[in-house]
Design a protein around this ligand. Sequence first.
Ligand code: 5GP
Length: 210
Amino acid sequence: MQAMSEQRHRRLETDTDAGLLVIVSGPSGVGKTTITRGVERSIADSVFSVSVTTRPKTEADVEGVDYHFVDDAAFDRLIAEDKLIEWAEVFGCRYGTPRDWVQEQLRRGRLVILDIDVQGAVQVTKNMQGAFGLFILPPSEGVLLERLRARKREPEEAIQRRFAEAQREIADAQASGVYTAWVVNQDVNTAIQEAVGVIHEARTKVREGD
Ligand code: 5GP
């Protein structure tokens, strides 16, 4: 057992000391997933943390790429065994960040991207030192409402619920003290570039030992 864990924690030639945990949050409909995946593609040693969720899998979801889909009992076990860095209930389903995988990536000096909500981000910053928080904002509330409607996924009542939720999420983010960088998604490519820029700055500080 000991030998196995030593091997798992052995330093690889590619390991560095520049590991950084980046939290990306933003209200639903803001384009967060596109921006997060854009950032992942733009930074060579960045990795996206695939969360565990009890949300039902949709046709658009790929197991192990978008989420690890589990049932309630399995999620309860992960909590009991302290396997999650954080977890939260979002729109009635539970979502959580796997601890071992994230810690292993950080040990290797990688940039680990978490796409999580504000409640989760608050827990992560309490539990892990030096996490960098980035929040994606819509250009305006009106634009966010238009974007939620344009997805044509839901009836107006559900859209209004999501919109109210989004307004609360933005207010909670502002009050949380977790986010250092705020990027407005007016144009998605510009937003990706801006996000990459602020993350590079944060990483330089880690490298310089600030
Ligand atoms: P969706 O089901 O639309 O992919 O995600 C719903 C919300 O859950 C998003 O705001 C997303 O950021 C959040 N979320 C996804 N994974 C996690 C996680 O592991 N922890 C927390 N706290 N929130 C998550």
